[in-house]
Structures are given as structure tokens and as C-alpha cells.
Design a protein around this ligand. Structure first.
Ligand code: PXP
Length: 261
């Protein structure tokens, strides 16, 4: 098996547990516990856990990060803004990976990718210090080759492609927009992989929108949160993660079989 086929064979799932903390924080106290959700997610097939420590601490808290890093047997991916405070926290905990994201206090969620091309000078020292500490560094970018070039030139290991626009197109059922967005993601995944970057994707993915993204052989990890936690209300976290895992695996296997046929 050549390395590219090997890469295509397995797609990792990182489960984002931020919104377990959102529900906990709505009432204060400790229930539901994001660490318990993370342990359950791993039992259900998650390959890693993702958590976003936001500047305003609206969901994940500092002590959640401490407990996750100490108690998880799988890699922790810490999403964070490129600020001195977050850099200190990351260097103290040394998670497996850090994903740098843009952050605005007033936004409901991460609305777009990081403008790495415009912010290279600011971002480069953050990337360098994290990489030197042995942390895999990922840049959350829109599907734009200029952003992959900039991520490469400041020494990031990984790009995570923002799939939010694709997911909106799926919800709208707008076939033209879906085709355009998927083509942009496919082009960027191939381009970034060709530049030696590891390629991840995430944001807004659902049972309906995950398949065509999972088919893209260059993508080796998906990070999914809000939909999985929302679905857990109806069928439980274990069931929502197992179903997502199965849809990812099926899409990846079908794409592989088509290629080899
Ligand atoms: N990847 C990144 C970089 C994110 O910021 C988020 C949202 O926190 C996700 C993935 C997961 O997005 P969602 O919760 O919409 O599945």
C-alpha cells in the first residue's frame, strides 16, 4: 500500500464536547460533565477529543482542560485564539494538538476561517512556540489555497478546512452551491496535501453533510461537535457518535472501492 492509499484508509473522528459544557453552564454546577462525555465519546469510537477554550469561557473552562488533559487516553485537540493567555495555557498543558481559530466575543460560533495570509506576522511566533513544545499545530482556514500557502510558510503542521459553507448549502438543498463548495474543499484538500500539510475538516457537519467530505482521501480527520451533542438529546451520545462514525467509514470505503474498481 503506498502512503497515499494508507492515508485514504482511515478517517479519524475528533468529537468536540464544548456544548456539553454549554448545557452545564446554563445552570452552574457540574452536570453534565464534559469529561464524562469525552470518555463516553471515546467508548463510542472517537479517536480524539476537541475542546475550544474561548476567551470569555462561555463553555469549556480552564479546569475542564486540566481534567481532559490528565484523564483522557486519547489525544486532546485544544482549539484556541492566538493570544498570549491561550499560548501560556497550551504550553502549560501540552495537548497533543492545538488548532488556531479566529475568535470574536460577539459571535455565536467560529464564523469563518483564520486569515493566516493577512496575519502571518502575528501568527508565526505562536506557531513556532507551540511546534517547539512538541504540539501539532493546525490552522482553521477557509478553502482558499492562499491560506494553505501561508499556513505552510509559518510552519503549521496541519490545516483544518472550514466546512460551514458546505453544510449551509446542504441544509438549503442548493445543488449548485453544494457543487461549488465541495469542489473548493476538494481542491484545497488536494493542494494542501500536496504541500505536505496534514488535512482536517470540520464545522457544522451533520449526518446529511458528512458523506461527501468523508470521501475526500486527503482528509484524515473530522472534528464534529454541535450536531452530535444535539442528536444525543434524542438518541443518546453513544448512538449519535456510532452513527456518525459508521457514515464516515461507509463513505470512505465506498470512495476507495470506486477508485480501485
Ligand atoms: N473545528 C473547529 C476549528 C471549530 O471551531 C469547531 C467549532 O468549535 C468545530 C470544528 C466543530 O464544529 P461543530 O460544533 O459545528 O461540529
Amino acid at each position: 500500500m503506498n502512503p497515499r492509499n494508507e492515508k485514504a484508509a482511515y478517517l479519524r473522528l475528533g468529537v468536540n464536547i464544548d456544548h456539553v459544557a454549554t448545557i452545564r453552564n446554563a445552570r452552574g454546577g457540574g452536570h453534565p460533565d464534559p469529561l464524562k462525555a469525552a470518555l463516553l465519546a471515546i467508548e463510542a469510537g472517537a479517536d480524539g477529543i476537541t475542546a475550544h477554550l474561548r476567551e470569555d469561557r462561555r463553555h469549556i473552562s480552564d479546569s475542564d482542560i486540566t481534567r481532559l488533559q490528565q484523564q483522557l487516553a486519547r489525544p486532546l485537540n485544544l482549539e484556541m485564539a492566538a493570544t498570549p493567555e491561550m499560548l501560556d495555557i497550551a504550553l502549560r498543558h501540552k495537548p497533543h494538538a492545538c488548532c488556531l481559530v479566529p475568535e470574536k466575543r460577539e459571535e455565536l460560533t467560529t464564523e469563518g476561517g483564520l486569515d493566516v495570509a493577512a496575519g502571518q506576522e502575528h501568527l508565526a511566533p505562536f506557531v513556532r512556540q507551540l511546534v517547539e513544545a512538541g504540539i501539532r499545530v493546525s490552522m482553521f482556514i477557509d478553502p482558499d489555497p492562499a491560506q494553505a500557502d501561508a499556513s505552510c510558510s509559518i510552519g503549521a503542521n496541519v490545516v483544518e478546512i472550514h466546512t460551514g459553507t458546505w453544510c449551509e448549502a446542504v441544509i438549503e438543498g442548493d445543488q449548485g452551491r453544494m457543487d461549488r463548495e465541495l469542489a473548493r474543499i476538494r481542491t484545497l484538500a488536494e493542494y494542501a496535501d500536496g504541500r505536505g500539510l496534514e488535512v482536517h475538516a470540520g464545522h457544522g457537519l451533520t449526518f446529511e453533510s458528512v458523506g461527501p467530505i468523508a470521501e475526500l482521501a486527503q482528509i484524515v480527520e473530522l472534528n464534529i461537535g454541535h450536531f452530535l451533542i444535539g442528536e444525543a438529546i434524542f438518541g443518546g451520545l453513544d448512538s449519535s457518535i456510532r452513527r456518525m462514525r459508521a457514515l464516515m467509514d461507509r463513505a470512505r470505503a465506498e470512495a476507495r472501492n470506486e477508485k480501485s474498481a
